[in-house]
Design a protein around this ligand. Sequence first.
Ligand code: NAD
Length: 258
Amino acid sequence: MSGIYSGKVALVTAAGAGIGMATAEGFARRGARVMLSDINAETGEATTERLRAEGHDVRFLRADATKEDDVVALVRGTVATFGGLNIAANIVGDAHRDASGADFHEQSLESWEHTQAVSLRSVFLSMKHEIAYMIEHGGGAICNVTSLAGLLYVGAAGAAYAASKAGVVRLTKFAAVSYADRGVRVNCIAPGVTPTEAYNKAGPEMGQMVIDHLLPNQPIRRVIATSEQADAIAWLCSDQAAMVTGHVLPVDGGWTAQ
Ligand SMILES: NC(=O)c1ccc[n+]([C@@H]2O[C@H](COP(=O)([O-])OP(=O)(O)OC[C@H]3O[C@@H](n4cnc5c(N)ncnc54)[C@H](O)[C@@H]3O)[C@@H](O)[C@H]2O)c1
């Protein structure tokens, strides 16, 4: 698929780590000019510098994807820098607050609100401003990221995360149908066990414990590489998937097939 994105401009949120970083790399290596964004300027800039050193045309803009002013500035900044916007991967999300396994009735409102903001509001705001640009400028392709927890019961993920990720599925499908006749495709992936920084936030042992707890549910019993999630996003956003919209693609080693 090398070069399939030549001449395209891509925007990737959460590009400073994990699946977002791999997605930005995947787009750049397929020929796109890429705007990387993250709330963490240090990791976002380091990733961008690494890709620039490999010869890719990439830039970084810091943005908190839960804040509308930041998202507006990000979309405008992408267009001002590269002259357009064809592809967007909205990857920001956070299960951390709810990964403690606390029972539903013990979860705080503050934790609920945090999760809805990071995992659902961010996707709404990103799509809102990306689509507003795309429908006036020749269309585009968007990929969001839900989770297995948005599709079926995963107790360790917690209720707030599950609800937010189910929301991402409905937002994706709603937008896909709404904009199908205006040249914008919208899909999402649902990753299986893909170790990233998110797994280590509570400490490396906790990360391993989560992996050990989850992997027995995954028919292909190995962890999934971030690049394998990025490959799925790259295909969904490419012209090879021109008739695919409103789709949820599990990249989950068969978990949801059971
Ligand atoms: N890793 C998995 O196994 C897995 C499984 C299912 C779903 N997901 C989803 O995939 C996405 C990426 O997960 P990951 O594991 O790569 O996470 P990660 O924690 O490794 O990286 C997340 C990145 O998002 C950034 N970020 C956090 N809040 C932000 C905000 N408000 N604005 C902008 N950037 C922000 C962080 O700084 C970080 O760089 C998330 O939506 C997550 O819910 C991951």
